[in-house]
Design a protein around this ligand. Structure first.
Ligand code: 4NP
Length: 153
């Protein structure tokens, strides 16, 4: 079982999109027994809230449902998840700053020419389509990589 935690700042815009795409892709590939997943925010302002309505809308437009309410990243997440996947460098630095953090388990979602998923919170709805496309590409590549390393293990 590989446990993956998607992390952004508020856990209402970017990481819920990543979580929903990952979950749907894992289920589409019939890999539910092999993966567990969740999302969290480095900040706790939106604890308990559903995702931002703009995230729910962009997910729905692309055929996905949101999966979980917002929660704050916990110290124990660093031990309980095999991989913590940050949306931007600020999230990455915040996760790496948690006491006891194992840097080898913490990475950015994107590793191409665009390496960060921009925070869409203060922008317009077009920002959410961009986030969706970036996140989708990153999540599918991540799952392909995880499957390749699982099969070669
Ligand atoms: P997210 O976006 O990190 O993608 O969920 C944000 C949501 C809320 C805030 C910042 C970013 N906020 O400052 O409340």
């Amino acid at each position: 079982m590989t446990r993956v935690l998607f992390v952004c700042l508020g856990n209402i815009c970017r990481s819920p999109i990543a979580e929903a795409i990952f979950a749907d892709e894992v289920e589409a590939r019939g890999l539910e027994a092999d993966y567990d997943w969740d999302s969290a925010g480095t900040g706790g302002w939106h604890e308990g809230e559903t995702p931002d309505p703009r995230s729910i809308a962009i997910l729905a437009k692309h055929g996905h449902n949101w999966r979980s309410r917002a929660r704050k990243l916990l110290v124990k997440d660093l031990a309980e998840f095999d991989l913590l996947v940050a949306m931007d460098r600020s999230n990455l630095a915040d996760i790496r700053g948690v006491p006891g953090a194992d840097a080898s388990r913490i990475r950015l979602l994107l590793d191409g020419p665009v390496s960060e998923v921009p925070d869409p919170y203060y922008g317009g709805p077009e920002g959410f389509e961009k986030v969706y496309q970036l996140v989708r590409g990153g999540v599918l590549k991540l799952l392909d990589e995880l499957e390749a390393s699982r099969k070669s293990a």
